[in-house]
Design a protein around this ligand. Sequence first.
Ligand code: ARG
Length: 563
Amino acid sequence: MELKQIFANEITSHLNDMLELEEAQKLIEKPKYEEQGDLAFPCFTLAKLARKAPTVIATELASKLQHPLFEKVVADGPYVNCFLNKETVSKETLQTIVRSESNYGTLTFGKDKTIVIDFSSPNIAKPFSMGHLRSTVIGNSLAKIVEKCGFTAVSVNHLGDWGTQFGKLIVAYQLWGDAAQVQADPIKELLALYVKFHAEAEHTPTLEDDARLWFKKLEEGDVEALKLWKWFRDESLQEFSKIYDLLGVSFDSYQGEAFYNDKMDLTIDMLTKKQLLTSSEGAEVVDLQEFDLPPCLIKKSDGATLYATRDLTAALYRQQQYNFEKTLYVVGQEQSLHFKQVFLVLEKAGFEWAKELIHIPFGFILKDGKKMSTRKGKIVLLEEVITEAVELAEKNIEMKNPMLANKAEIAKMVGVGAIIFHDLKNERQNNVEFSLEEMLKFEGTTGPYVQYTHARACSILRKADHTVVTDNVKGLNDPFGWTVLKLLMEFPNVIERSFNLYEPSQIAKYLIDLSQEFNKYYSRVKILIQDEQLDSRLALVQSVTIVLEEGLRLLGLQAPKEM
Ligand code: ARG
């Protein structure tokens, strides 16, 4: 039941096709004050069309509108204000939510369509950066939102496992590496080798030539080069999967840059056939001057391919493989130019679907206002950060609820949830200030606050020890419950909006609002008294648990029943 739609339907049925249903629906607003009703329709557009005063139209319309779900409809200046029939609306809504359980809010407009989400995508042999953390958290949530809208989501980890740096790494390992040390702490050791390579290359420039040579060998399938590369990759992936396990994130595909090694020739042939390649100082490029952009580099003068060549090939491959409706690239804003170039090259090559490739940029993670860097020594080890969050959460729980069973497990849900929620609660383009203390607060706009509210609602249901009989659910008769109910009705719209904007923050903000309103309700209304409204109040509490849990799931958080 979409109330806006019902209201819009009623309005347009009295307008002799003057306004389309969809347009009318878009015009409907929430009145500024609660006393003005639940829905408002401004008559300015109609006034222009009918050449009448908006107040006259509002009065005329208001007198005609009737529906069992409306208590009354009144004109308020140029607005038609609708007061919903709380009794009927709340009864129907609560029954729907309790019956649908986690399916409440599920949408169908994505049915039979696929969306590819390219996210996380760390670089092999390098630390998992804060930027990769953001990409992982945002991408994982977008994948869940996409699915909730009915699409098939394909999560792709486009690993940075190819490129000239692997030539450097192989050379460095052969000169200074130690197998046991790499085994013991792969990322740290490989990074150290990489850093050493650059330091040494300063005074021994021939090292750069060796590195180019080894990457060339790698591209040509040399056995020794491949063996080392594969080993670096496996060890790194094992490290990364620790982080994915902690965060509860998984992928449908780990086809990264290396996967496209033997497919790039086809891309280059295609560009050649379409006469898009030009040479520039020995390199092959696609000119993008007409868009005021620098050329997109496809092949270096030594024949080596590039990041862009692999992204072009990946897009072509995925279109064939998945026939996607869209691909979302969840990558930091510093790569905007790269994606603009790649998308435009595909457009120039005549692929219609290139318009459906979308870069989803995001801001930086800051510490005390400064960018957190992974360069030289200053590595922030993500695994340690997560572990620290979990430990802090455990301390909080110890203080609040020392008797809690399986504390460690719940501390993990809370600590990890705190990090994820903190990342997602602001619009993604904003920078995020990283403060463990801030994100772990049980009060305020945090993940633990929402989780705590959910657990509190669950505990009311446990105490009630009474299964809600949906047929006994009546309309609510108190204003606090009504406010909560109206928010519950918004959930499907919030999901759709978060999809349209590619903004998990829409859901995060909504969960905070719902938690706050529910906590008000809880402090002002006696829920567990025995009267004819008991089933309705419990249905409301149960609906809140359903929506909070499902909303948290869409962000990638778990919702413990106790904490
Ligand atoms: N590995 C890259 C980096 O860390 C991110 C890859 C993003 N995805 C892509 N299709 N280019 O910068």
